[in-house]
Design a protein around this ligand. Structure first.
Ligand code: KG4
Ligand code: ZN
Length: 336
């Protein structure tokens, strides 16, 4: 079964062709980062207009690279939430139009479920239960992915952020430090030559359950810079990154032990961070657990993960009606 998948929830215009939920025949991502750079963040109206221009060419390129035509496809999928409403509407409306005109089923996909399924594309041996640390620009979740009935996968929410998402913290601190946008890669670059132990920034909610808090850390960076205007930016960036990675890894490790998880998996844009990737691998090695660390391209937004999830959802739930709306606040279907 071949699925054409479209992802336009934020500032990446992406199209992919995925076979049987596992094999990526083509994955095209047109980043709009440069368009938004001068504003220091994503401007929703600019993003929607750019999606309109970039989506057609991205779909044509994905079909071409996969050497398939509409006749070879079995379904068309698109992200229907969460995300920016205008951006979601461009991708979902296009996918519905393709599906309708080609006589194919449409599958609406939850973007966060896409991130959860991304690891399966690169690691078919991923075994459950697995603790997933899902860290993006809008969300920070600690989830136990476990087997449910009839081949279904269940998501149990263990913890989430009480204020800023991890990626949001990177973006806000990078902006404050004048390092540019997007903040995650900018902080990572700046931190490369710095000392992660130079400044003892707070570890929010350390040792207190599985929830996260990053707003106090952000405020600490601001206070520190005001008190030490000549501070070495590399040291500050490295110390900030260390504080974020520390709490993320400590809580994921604890959650994996408590749920007897076979592995820890990471996903979402922040999972592209080298320090986080190395630390997760290290604690898994120490604890005798597997670590599923998807490639960086599979951590950040892409349409292949939407195609993988669509294949799974088509089998469990069937097609999505063409009049299904997009939902900017769509939540993951958690079990208790
Ligand atoms: O999953 P994603 O591509 O889009 C959302 O669904 O939000 O995540 C984007 C977030 C941004 O906040 C970005 O700064 C962060 O992921 N990010 C990183 C890195 N690359 C992207 N954060 C830390 N280190 C990175 N290398
Ligand atoms: Zn994302």
């Amino acid at each position: 079964m071949k699925v054409l998948a479209i992802e336009t929830s934020c500032d990446e215009t992406a199209a992919a062709v995925v076979e049987d939920g596992r094999r990526v025949l083509a994955s095209v991502v047109s980043s709009q980062a440069r368009l938004h750079e001068k504003y220091g963040g994503v401007v929703p109206e600019v993003a929607s207009r750019a999606h309109l221009e970039l989506l057609g060419p991205a779909v044509t390129e994905a079909l071409g690279r996969a050497s398939v035509t509409a006749r070879d496809l079995d379904a068309v999928a698109a992200t229907i939430g969460p995300g920016l409403v205008g951006s979601l509407l461009v991708g979902a409306s296009a996918a519905k139009a393709y599906a309708w005109s080609w006589g194919l089923p449409f599958v609406g996909v939850n973007h966060m479920e896409g991130h959860l399924h991304a690891a399966f594309l690169e690691d078919p041996l991923l075994s459950l239960p697995t603790v997933v640390l899902l860290v993006s620009g809008g969300h920070t979740y600690l989830i136990c992915m476990q087997e449910g009935l009839a081949g279904k996968v269940e998501y149990r929410l263990l913890g989430q952020t009480l204020d800023d998402a991890a990626g949001e913290a990177f973006d806000k601190v990078a902006r404050f430090l004048g390092l540019g946008y997007p903040g995650g890669p900018a902080i990572e670059r700046a931190a490369a030559g710095g000392d992660p132990n130079a400044v003892a920034f707070p570890r929010g909610l350390a040792g207190q359950g599985y929830d996260f808090s990053f707003s106090g850390l952000k405020t600490s960076v601001v206070r520190y810079m005001r008190a030490n205007p000549a501070a070495d930016l590399a040291d500050v960036a490295a110390s900030f990154q260390e504080a974020v990675v520390d709490v993320l890894v400590a809580k994921a490790r604890k959650a994996a032990a408590a749920t007897a998880a076979r592995a820890i998996c990471i996903g979402g844009g922040v999972a592209a961070n080298t320090s986080l990737r190395q630390r997760v691998e290290q604690v898994c090695r120490e604890d005798g657990r597997a670590a599923f660390i998807p490639s960086r391209a599979m951590c950040t937004d892409n349409a292949a993960m939407i195609g993988a999830t669509a294949w799974y959802r088509l089998r469990t739930d069937g097609p999505t009606p063409l009049d299904a709306p997009v939902d900017p606040n769509l939540s993951l279907p958690f079990v208790n």
